[in-house]
Design a protein around this ligand. Structure first.
Ligand SMILES: [Zn+2]
Length: 372
């Protein structure tokens, strides 16, 4: 490790988890299954520290996880944001690489959940500068294993547009992360148009990760058992955000936008036909109708979904609704929502090898400018 590399690595703390052993067990079990009958062959699973290189039809393919979390402590310090939250543990890059190696993930596209959307302009400016520079520096130190989604102070859309331009033109980012709303405001609000316009102009992939439906929390409706703020609150926020972007005309205004939505794009793919139907059932209450039927935005390349879907049938349905070209692998690392991401995709019935390669990394590589 070069000195520069070490310094960059020292600037980022990675989340790790107490569930490492259960993840290992799941990966081992999945590897046995896929080695038995699939066209993928796992190499090195039997050895604790050896890397699983995913091979399909005799060809080594590059796998990319578009949904992997991290945080930059020096940026969090700017607004005294705590590094640890309940249920979240922190570790170093060695653990992360070991986890990637075992689960067959070649590249993680790192994102940082926005915690700075209520910061004032000066602090937000300083925080994003530190954050993007350190994240870029870290990724540059491991160019074959990590790429990053740039961050932006979305609460100041003009500043956010500048930050993204700088991140892309000077720091080498190919994507940007956003939450599903910004300090209680929907991203379809016209105040965010300058940001969307810049994303479209730069051709960056936007990774949208929800922070829950906080406006429902004071009511207590998401209290009680089941961690509903996350379990259903997260996909609900994504569903709301995407629905507004469709019905408020944002996706029509910026047809080049490409938004990769976390957790299988929330609930939208399971129920988007209702959004088509409302155009017929309550046309007078829809407002200006979008140019396309809502379901068509799930298929035209503007909305892309990750594979945090839990069952083979869930992924199969997602693909049926969105097209195989709009579905990309995601894990939610270090949270164990999808602990056998490669095996999960390999086991979906009816996918061709080309489909599997696209979902595992081919499509994400194109979107994020990663050499295949
Ligand atoms: Zn996540």
């Amino acid at each position: 490790m070069s000195g520069e590399h070490a310094a960059a690595a020292g600037g980022i703390v990675f989340t790790d988890c107490e569930f490492t052993s259960s993840v290992k067990a799941a990966v081992s079990a999945g590897a046995s299954a896929s080695a038995g009958g699939g066209s993928a062959h796992a190499h090195g699973h039997a050895h604790a520290h050896k890397r699983w290189e995913v091979v399909i039809s005799g060809k080594r393919i590059k796998t990319i996880d578009v949904h992997a979390h991290c945080i930059v402590p020096d940026a969090a310090k700017v607004i005294n944001h705590p590094l640890e939250a309940p249920g979240l543990l922190w570790s170093n890059v060695g653990d992360r690489l070991a986890h990637m190696d075992k689960s067959g993930v070649d590249v993680e596209a790192l994102s940082i959940n926005p915690y700075w959307y209520r910061a004032d302009r000066d602090h937000a400016e300083q925080l994003i500068k530190v954050q993007n520079e350190q994240l870029a520096g870290f990724c540059a130190g491991h160019p074959d294993r990590f790429v990053g989604f740039a961050t932006a102070a979305l609460q100041f859309p003009d500043l956010a547009a500048q930050q993204i331009e700088h991140a892309v033109k000077h720091l080498g980012f190919k994507g940007v992360g956003v939450a599903g709303s910004c300090a209680g405001e929907d991203l379809a609000n016209p105040k965010f148009h300058p940001f969307w316009q810049k994303c479209e102009e730069l051709g960056v992939l936007v990774f949208m990760h929800p922070l829950g439906t906080r406006e429902l929390e004071p009511s207590g409706r998401l209290g009680g058992n089941g961690l509903l703020t996350n379990t259903i609150g997260n996909p609900l926020e994504t569903t709301i955000a995407l629905s507004h972007l469709i019905f408020e005309g944002t996706l029509d205004r910026f047809p080049g936008l490409k938004i990769c939505a976390a957790h299988g794009a929330g609930f939208l793919a399971s129920y988007a036909n209702r959004s088509d139907a409302v155009l017929r059932v309550f046309p007078e209450r829809v407002g200006t109708p979008p140019k396309l039927k809502p379901t068509q935005y799930l298929r035209n390349g503007q909305i892309i979904a990750d594979t945090i879907m839990f069952t083979d049938e869930g992924i199969r349905h997602l693909i049926a609704e969105m097209g195989v070209e709009n579905v990309v692998m995601g894990t939610d690392y270090p949270f164990p929502w999808n602990t056998a991401p490669v095996e999960h995709i390999m086991s979906v019935h009816g996918l061709s090898d080309a489909d599997k390669i696209a979902i595992l990394g081919g499509t994400a590589a194109k979107l994020l400018g990663i050499a295949e």
